[in-house]
Structure formats: structure tokens, C-alpha cells
Design a protein around this ligand. Structure first.
Ligand SMILES: Nc1ncnc2c1ncn2[C@@H]1O[C@H](COP(=O)(O)OP(=O)(O)OP(=O)(O)O)[C@@H](O)[C@H]1O
Length: 236
């Protein structure tokens, strides 16, 4: 197991947000966490990245407990996040954003940046352009490439399809598959259950801060409750 989350509770501003979350991600998998707006998906991602401290439970990464470690130390351990809303540096160029993503591994920045520009040719064309002037899809690619600059073993993706047209959603999900092929494990949170399940080995469904269902991508795509709530209709 690359990531194991055991009985995690998270409170924010005194309010319970996540309750008794347990999940795992094996090396080489693509795993999704699905759920509607506000169920706590971003809170989970931010907790895994060390931005929130759980009130109970354990997070094991590569068999080491990481809860309570700084966000910086967690990136160094090999867990990087492409956050919801992209959060790229709008006034900096594409190139500068990439360099910042690799800041913890300065010796590798030049070669990793070349690899990223090969993987995302649209970023190569726009490498000297201010990131804030990129389209939504280009910004998402930059956000993912910036996270990959730290050579993570596990990439967390928070709603990569948010606000993108269907063709671009397809493109982004194809890229997630490519990323896995290069040896990076992926944990993805998504509202777009259809697209996420189509590329996931396994998935979890969250409601009201809890995990209510889990299974293989195919099992969940076939599950009546998932079909009704997230895929827009029953099997019939
Ligand atoms: N800093 C905070 N303080 C208090 N409550 C918060 C805080 N951040 C988030 N919440 C609440 O926690 C709940 C879960 O929010 P979260 O952003 O994790 O959901 P989400 O599943 O990612 O939703 P979305 O898809 O809309 O981003 C929401 O009710 C939200 O209002």
C-alpha cells in the first residue's frame, strides 16, 4: 500500500467535516473519491497534503505516519497535489510556475521541465506566456505539470475536470492515464463520476463527510445508487 488512511476525523472551525474515513491506494493504481459539492472531498485532499490536521486517525504514506507533518515535508516524502481551482501563479510565466513546482529538487529542475514540456506540448508553445492568460484547460495542465515537477510517487488531483468543456475533460483524463503509465500513482477527487470511473481501478463514494460505498471502477459504474445519484439515471 502506498497510502493508507485509517479512521480519519477532521474538524474545521469547530465543525465536524470528515468522519471515520478509511481508504487506501496501492502503488500503480488510479483511485477516485466521488461525491457531490460540499461533501468534504477538498477537505480530505488538504488533510492528506498536511494543510489541515486531523482530530483522529492516521495517514500512512509508504508505511510512515505523515499526519502532523508540514506540507513541505509531505511533498518531500513524495506526495504532491494539483489543487482545486488550479492555484497557479497568474502573474508568472508558464516556465516560472514549473520551476517553482520543482523548487525542492533544484538539480532536477531542468530535465523535469523538459519532460513536462514534452508531455504537455501546449505548455511548450506557451512557456513564456503569463499563466493567468492561459485557457482553463491549459491552466489545468500547468497545475498538473507543476505538481509533477516534484517527482511525486502519489499525485493528488482535486477536481481536474472542473469548468472544462467535454472534449477537454476527455483530454485531461487521458493525461491522467498517461501519468500513471509513467509510474505515478493517482488519487483523484471528482464530481464528474462518469469520467472518473472510466479511468479508475477503484473508487470510493463520499456523502456527508463519510465513505458510503467502495468498489472497482466497473462495479461502481454498475451500482444502482451510483447510477441514480451520479450518472444521471438507472441501468434500465
Ligand atoms: N475552513 C473551513 N472552515 C469551516 N468549514 C469549512 C472550511 N472549509 C470547508 N468547510 C466546510 O466543509 C464542508 C466540506 O467542504 P469541501 O470543500 O471539503 O467539500 P467538497 O466536497 O470539496 O466540495 P466542492 O466540490 O464544492 O469543493 C463544506 O460544508 C464547507 O463549507
Amino acid at each position: 500500500m502506498l497510502l493508507e488512511v485509517r479512521s480519519l476525523d477532521v474538524q474545521l472551525g469547530g465543525l465536524p467535516i470528515l468522519h471515520d474515513i478509511s481508504l487506501h491506494v496501492d502503488s500503480g493504481e488510479i483511485v477516485s473519491v466521488l461525491g457531490a459539492n460540499g461533501v468534504g472531498k477538498t477537505t480530505l485532499m488538504r488533510t492528506l497534503s498536511g494543510l489541515y490536521r486531523p482530530s483522529r486517525g492516521e495517514i500512512l504514506f509508504n508505511d510512515q505516519p505523515i499526519q502532523g507533518r508540514s506540507a513541505h515535508a509531505i511533498v518531500q516524502a513524495g506526495l504532491a497535489q494539483a489543487p482545486e481551482g488550479r492555484q497557479i501563479f497568474a502573474d508568472m510565466t508558464v516556465d516560472e510556475n514549473l520551476v517553482l513546482g520543482g523548487i525542492q529538487q533544484p538539480a532536477k529542475v531542468a530535465s523535469t521541465r523538459t519532460a513536462m514540456l514534452d508531455m504537455f506540448p501546449v505548455l511548450r508553445e506557451r512557456r513564456n506566456q503569463k499563466a493567468g492568460t492561459l485557457s482553463g484547460g491549459e491552466q489545468q495542465m500547468l497545475c498538473i505539470a507543476r505538481a509533477l515537477m516534484s517527482h511525486p510517487r502519489l499525485l493528488l488531483l482535486d477536481e481536474p475536470s472542473l469548468g472544462l468543456a467535454p472534449q477537454l475533460v476527455k483530454r485531461i483524463f487521458a493525461l491522467v492515464r498517461d501519468i500513471r503509465e509513467t509510474g505515478t500513482t493517482v488519487l483523484l477527487v471528482e464530481q464528474n463520476a462518469r469520467a472518473a470511473l472510466s479511468i479508475s481501478d477503484r473508487a470510493y463514494v463520499m456523502e456527508h463527510g463519510k465513505i458510503v460505498l467502495q468498489g472497482s471502477g466497473a462495479e461502481l459504474a454498475d451500482n444502482e445508487r451510483v447510477r441514480e445519484a451520479y450518472l444521471g439515471g438507472s441501468a434500465a
